[in-house]
Design a protein around this ligand. Structure first.
Ligand SMILES: NC(=O)c1ccc[n+]([C@@H]2O[C@H](COP(=O)([O-])OP(=O)(O)OC[C@H]3O[C@@H](n4cnc5c(N)ncnc54)[C@H](O)[C@@H]3O)[C@@H](O)[C@H]2O)c1
Length: 261
């Protein structure tokens, strides 16, 4: 058990929610952050306020909900400030919020969808790093702060009809490598996981974009032959969040059932 504190974006459902629940189980105090509202640019629902409340309820007494859009630097700074105020500091920040759009070649994607994908999936991670890394560095030495992002197998694969998503996720991988180098000897590290096809609403939306019957259609292309569960990705994030990952920085770790092979 730990007394560390964490902030997780994209916390209403999917990988973010599973990470909140697992970190809380391991003793972390967690600020569960989500936009909790649909996005007018995107044709599928985001996580809701009710889902966010249910995650907080499930995770226990040391978890609080915080509504913020990762595109809004002031809102994300306020979330970090809230975690520090409530629990006296921040040890882990996890950028899990993400969206998908596409289904047509890049040049045919409505500009507002392309913008949402780039701004949420890439700038959202930059915004969290800008607010959270100084908080991680405010902890006294010796530090073991962790900045974590959820990239994707799309960071290294050229997926047709998902070009903006691939660009954003490749951007996240590059950001994490550079951040790891910048953080150097501080005791704070930066790492990412790159999930494969994981059974969450974003994958259901991906199936719709490819005119497939459902998320399960993606199982066969993964060497494991099945979809991943959000908890399996959360398990890797929880390892990276903890002190035992201290030898790793700037790493982008596939948690993808072999999808990127
Ligand atoms: N599910 C997969 O197959 C898969 C594969 C690779 C990478 N990923 C990545 O994993 C991460 C989590 O996705 P998921 O699978 O849990 O999807 P999901 O759709 O279930 O969850 C995404 C969450 O992010 C929130 N969110 C969206 N826009 C936001 C914003 N502007 N500000 C704050 N929160 C916002 C949503 O409300 C939702 O709760 C994403 O970054 C996604 O790109 C998922």
């Amino acid at each position: 058990m730990t007394t560390r504190t964490a902030l997780v974006t994209g916390a209403s459902r999917g990988i973010g929610a599973a990470t909140v629940v697992l970190l809380a189980k391991q003793g972390y105090s967690v600020l569960a952050v989500d936009v909790a509202a649909d996005d007018p640019a995107l044709p599928y629902p985001m996580g809701s306020g009710a889902e966010l409340s249910a995650v907080v309820e499930q995770a226990g007494e040391h978890v609080e909900a915080f509504i913020a859009d990762v595109r809004d630097p002031a809102a994300i700074a306020a979330a970090v400030a809230e975690a520090e105020r409530r629990w006296g500091g921040l040890d882990v920040a996890v950028a899990a919020a993400g969206v998908i759009a596409g289904g047509v070649p890049l040049w045919e994607v409505p500009p507002e969808q392309e913008q949402a994908v780039l701004e949420i999936n890439l700038n959202g991670v930059v915004n969290l790093a800008r607010a959270a890394v100084p908080a991680l560095l405010r902890r006294p030495e010796p530090r073991s702060g962790r900045f974590l992002a959820v990239a994707s197998a799309a960071a290294t694969r050229g997926l047709p009809m998902l070009a903006a998503y691939c660009a954003a996720k490749a951007g996240v991988a590059g950001l994490i490598r550079a951040l790891g180098a910048e953080l150097g000897r501080t005791g704070v590290t930066a790492n990412a996981v790159s999930p494969g096809s994981t059974d969450t609403p974003i994958l259901a939306e991906s199936a719709r974009l490819y005119d497939l019957p459902g998320a399960e259609s993606f199982a066969a292309q993964q060497p494991l032959g099945r979809l991943l569960d959000a908890g399996e990705v959360a398990a890797a994030l929880a390892f990276l969040a903890g002190p035992d990952s201290g030898a790793m920085t700037g790493a982008v770790v596939p948690v993808d059932g072999g999808l990127a092979l």
